[in-house]
Design a protein around this ligand. Structure first.
Ligand code: PGA
Length: 261
């Protein structure tokens, strides 16, 4: 297992919050609270309209990486309001989310769409984060493993049949839908269990990389007061943070977890 591949990733998903001005104000404070650390990756997913402001305001702080929250399944075309992975690459972004539960729930992204978006991100040279997770009903019905497998197998099958190449350095985020924006956090044990299942699905597949090298983040009501326990859970390699990433002080505390500051 390569430790370098699994260095912790602390990611901020800003969703539909922060325009260019508030993005600049956030960074102004955050950069004073969080100096660059070479033992972790910090990645921001600002709203598309604020990406240029982010890139300009982080000047000199290339350790603060940037990604796109969503991309279209096509490279370009007459798709009003949409952004493509190729455009994200042209804008020098490094990362992209695929399969966030809000896209699945509110925009109808099905497994096949998520797979197509992930392929576009790979083709464009970006690092995708594949988000998977079960709803409360699915969890209560004992369907955790089935849901995680379905969400992952579909993407992995699509990749295999498209011949679009290998997904190296896999990054996934386990985000139980019932824990997103609810204040309800999965216990470190829940997270460890789900991360173990995700790794099992990966190792069942005949890929050219061992499942142990995949980076698996936890997402869902991560806060400064639960970050240490979550990062200490077996198989948790980082976090994808929504609400608590909007405040520079609280996200800086999350990013500094386990460091000597
Ligand atoms: P939350 O969101 O931290 O506000 O629960 C997490 C996410 O949706 O990625």
């Amino acid at each position: 297992m390569s430790e370098a591949v699994r260095q912790p990733v602390l990611a901020a998903n800003w969703k539909m919050f922060k325009g260019p001005e508030t993005t600049r104000a956030f960074l102004d404070r955050f950069m004073r609270l969080y100096p660059a650390h070479s033992d972790r990756s910090v990645v921001f997913f600002p709203a598309a309209i604020s990406l240029s402001a982010f890139l300009a305001a982080r000047s000199g702080r290339d350790d603060l990486e940037v990604g796109i929250q969503d991309v279209h399944t096509e490279v370009e075309g007459a798709y009003t309001g949409a952004v493509s992975a190729a455009m994200a690459a042209e804008a020098k972004l490094g990362w992209g989310l695929a399969g966030h539960s809000e896209r699945r729930r509110d925009f109808g992204d099905e497994d096949a769409t998520v797979g197509a978006k992930l392929r576009r991100l790979l083709e464009a040279g970006l690092r995708p984060i594949l988000c998977v997770g079960e709803t409360l009903e699915e969890r209560r019905a004992g369907r955790l493993e089935e849901v995680l497998s379905r969400q992952m197998e579909s993407v992995l099958d699509g990749l295999a049949s498209s011949g679009c190449g290998t997904w190296h350095d896999k990054v996934l985020a386990y985000e139980p839908v019932w824990a997103i924006g609810t204040g309800e956090t999965a216990t470190p044990r829940d997270a460890a269990e789900a991360h173990g299942l995700i790794r099992e699905v990966l190792s069942r597949r005949a890929t050219d990389e061992p499942a142990a090298t995949a980076t698996i983040l936890y997402g869902g009501s991560v806060k400064p007061d639960n970050i240490e326990a979550l990062l200490a859970a077996e198989g948790v390699d980082g976090v994808l943070v929504g609400g608590a990433s909007l405040d520079p002080d609280s996200f800086a505390q999350i990013c500094l977890a386990g460091s000597d500051r």
